[in-house]
Design a protein around this ligand. Structure first.
Ligand code: MOS
Length: 772
């Protein structure tokens, strides 16, 4: 899904048909708590093991569900025999395509599910691991045994998991066939006549989301109500989709995701296991728990699709970009048309008069791809920024200087000004912090003892979206406050950021602010996706705080025994938790809790609401960044290590320096994985992801983590709304891999255009050189 579609989706999913109100006009003068290193308020719950994740919930009479996964990737089920499984001890139910008739009520027509058809619909298999049955039993061991005892035979076709996406080339005009995503000028003619040309194809592999917490559903059916404990990045959408699939009245369904062990995009939209678990609970009238296994994580809950991107850059000898084309393909499943928006940042990152981004889809026998951190932009920028580095080398220019010369303050795609773009400063500050001036450009020319050092740089960008959001803010007699919103914290700090905003506006300490999220029955809040949650939720929180304070001041003048009785509420203010006369110090006032108790009142409450960003129509709004990398190459033992990363982010105002730094440092480590380690490998014979475990699918560990310096420019973008914060969840990853491969080239002379960098790439090159 394109980023713009994603934002439109957020809008449609959460606006609930009501038109969005104007943005909150409050001008803020942030106190010290905004931007501070505030520790996560939910940290103690997590470090003490008291935070409840979807699979942690247990209920009386609860039973366990285990899916049965297809062992072919293309074909049909010839026979499915559940009789032996059904006779095993403790077995309560075996669901399969032969007995699911009528079990779902509807296909979703609004909101978004990850697969566009319900599970166990028919006998067709289009990817390895597709669910063909669900075994439910009294214990987890019994359910596992039952799943293993379901006998399935297949009529298998030869699956297509061909890595070469242009074999065959998808037909223009066919569904999913190539389309033009961006176009200006005459890129082909400008390329043909350009004095300096770069024309290479870059590929990125399938990557699998591997959050620490696996997907899970615990379903509790108490007719007519269903509660689903989910690991979800969007409880509101999950609720909307599942209400339709299950045919439940919206008020009879509740989605709970109090804590999420991250998602990286894999948990944005509901996957089939959630519906399966829910229908099992309804059919058996028992609570059912289903935890997706790590192996199933590689098969059944999405991945970043493989991309193949042909980049053509035409330039003048002095480094003007005359033409830029990015013609790319990505694979998708047999079931859905998922476009990886590799041109997310291409049309506006650098100034050029002639540009084309075209996109085509190629069907493979794989599960449906889904957004993964920086969808589109991350693989897209690997191609764009690698090509830029190759251009700099061909021009004999410094890659930082080349980019500085191509900066633009107008989005040449939309002809709109950027709301706030400081890419130049990212490059300059990064150069300074990294020590880029020490770089000598010749390959292999920098040494540290036996090690050869390589330096690389790349730029990054990610959209700055803001969707509708609602919340409720309550001031309580004990001097605490409560905020509720149906958004969720996927580990990134949403609980804490919300508490900071309330504290900033009321002076109530963060420790006395109770933030309640992750429940679809609360006022609808944003999805934790697209790096939009913080920017979306903050204007609503400000609006809610404003409303709660107004209500408190009304109360203050209406309670008969209040010291403010009979005064005008407009003449009062609430500061540092105390109600006082405007113009008088807050120490002269009364704690609001005392006033509530005086009035024998339970609380003062306000509802908050904010809409999508009205400035998005007039301005091009994005975050920017630059990442600088040092690698160490030991040619004696063929050992490559990323030793240093400096990442400079222009993400508007930073609300919480600690959680923001965590995000961008984590993204740097994820970038090491993307560049050097991660690839889901499909068996060409049968379509099975063969490295579907943590022994064979390698992710970086602490030992692989470089020294990371995260720096935020911290320049507010006022057009984002109060505080001027943009999102920072995804941009931290966007330039890391191309900066690493550029550094690898600088150290070794080997340009790796197909990720990940393998030791074979580097060994082959040193062999080549030996034979010269
Ligand atoms: Mo992000 S891929 O929108 O969770």
């Amino acid at each position: 899904m394109h980023f713009s579609e994603f934002i439109a989706f957020i809008d449609s999913a959460q606006a609930n048909g009501k038109s969005a109100p104007p943005p909150n006009p409050v001008e803020t003068d942030p106190s010290a708590i905004i931007g501070a290193n505030v520790p996560r308020i939910d940290g103690p719950l997590k470090t003490t093991g008291t935070a409840m994740y979807a699979g942690d919930y247990n209920f009386p009479r609860m039973v366990y569900a285990v899916p049965v996964c297809a062992t072919i990737a293309s074909g049909k089920i010839r026979s499915l025999d559940a009789s032996a499984a059904e006779k095993l001890p403790g077995v309560l139910l075996i669901l399969h395509h032969g007995n699911t008739s009528g079990i779902y009520r509807n296909v979703p027509t609004s909101g978004r599910a990850s697969e566009n058809r319900p599970p166990l619909s028919d006998d067709t298999i289009s990817y390895w691991g597709q669910y063909v049955a669900l075994a439910v039993a009294e214990t987890f061991a019994q359910a596992n045994a039952a799943a293993a005892a379901v006998r399935v035979t297949y009529d298998a076709d030869k699956p297509n998991v061909n890595l070469n996406l242009s074999d065959p080339m998808p037909a223009i005009g066919a569904p999913g066939g190539p389309h033009i995503a961006s176009h200006r000028g005459d890129p082909d003619a400008a390329f043909a006549s350009a004095p300096v040309q770069i024309d290479y194809t870059y590929s990125t592999p399938v990557e699998t989301h591997n959050p620490m917490e696996m997907h899970a559903t615990t379903a509790v059916w108490r007719s007519p109500r269903l509660t689903l404990y989910e690991s979800s990045q969007g409880v509101v959408n999950h609720h909307g989709v599942m209400a339709q699939v299950l045919g439940l009245e919206p008020e009879n369904l509740e989605i709970i995701s109090r804590f999420i062990g991250s998602g990286f995009g894999g948990k944005l939209f509901p996957w089939p296991h959630s519906a399966l678990c829910a229908v099992a609970a309804r059919k058996l009238n028992r609570p059912v728990k289903l935890v997706v296994s790590r192996k199933m994580m590689f098969q059944d809950v999405g991945h970043r699709p493989r991309t193949q991107q042909r980049m053509r850059l035409g330039a003048s000898h002095d480094g003007k970009l005359l033409s830029l084309s990015q013609d790319y393909l990505n694979h998708t499943s047999q079931l859905d048309d998922i476009r990886e928006n590799c041109g997310e940042a291409t049309p506006f990152l650098y100034s050029t008069a002639n540009l084309r981004v075209s996109s085509g889809l190629v069907r493979r026998n794989v599960g449906t791809p889904t957004p993964m951190r920086g969808p589109g932009a991350v693989p897209g920028l690997f191609a764009v920024e690698s090509a830029m580095d190759e251009l700099a080398i061909k021009l004999n220019m410094d890659p930082v200087q080349l980019r500085l010369g191509l900066d633009t303050l107008t989005d040449e795609e939309s002809n709109k000004p950027f709301s706030s773009r400081h890419l130049k400063e990212c490059l300059q500050v990064g150069s300074e912090k990294f020590g880029w001036s020490k770089r000598t450009p010749q390959v292999g020319s920098m040494r540290d003892g036996d090690l050869i050092l390589g330096y690389g740089v790349a730029c990054a960008s990610w959209g700055a979206g803001r969707g509708p959001s609602q919340c409720s803010v309550t001031l309580l007699p004990d001097g605490t406050a409560r905020v509720t919103s149906a958004t969720q914290d996927i580990g990134t700090g949403t609980y804490t950021v919300i508490a900071q905003v309330v504290s900033d506006k009321t002076g109530i300490p963060v420790g006395k602010i109770d933030v309640i999220l992750g429940d679809s029955s609360l006022p609808p809040g944003p999805m934790s996706g697209g790096s939009t949650a913080t920017a979306s939720v903050m204007p609503a929180i400000l609006d809610g705080v404003d409303a709660a304070v107004k209500s408190m001041l009304e109360i203050a003048v209406h309670i008969p025994n209040s010291p403010f009785a009979g005064q005008k509420s407009e003449d009062l203010a609430l500061t540092n938790g105390r109600v006082h006369a405007k113009g008088q110090p807050d120490s002269s006032g009364v704690p609001y809790g005392d006033l509530l108790r005086m009035g024998n009142l339970a609380n003062a409450r306000g509802e908050g609401k904010s809409g999508a960003n009205p400035n998005a129509a007039k301005y091009s709004m994005h975050s920017f960044g630059a990442q600088f990398v040092e690698v160490q190459w030991d040619p004696g033992i063929a050992h490559l290590r990323v030793s240093r990363i400096v990442t400079v982010i222009d993400g508007g105002r930073i609300i919480n320096k600690r959680t923001a730094t965590n995000q961008c440092a984590g993204a740097a480590v994820m970038g090491v994985g993307m560049a050097l380690l991660e690839e889901t490998i499909y068996d060409q014979r049968n379509g099975a992801p063969i490295n579907s475990n943590f022994a064979d699918y390698i992710v970086p560990t602490s030992a692989d983590a470089p020294v990371i310096d995260v720096h935020f420019l911290d320049i507010p973008d006022p057009l984002m709304g109060s505080y001027g914060a943009r999102g920072i969840g995804e941009i931290g990853l966007a330039g890391v891999a191309p900066a690493i491969t550029s550094a690898v080239y600088h150290a070794t002379g080997v340009r790796v255009r197909e990720l990940p960098v393998r030791i074979e790439h580097l060994l082959a090159a040193s062999n080549d050189r030996r034979s010269l």
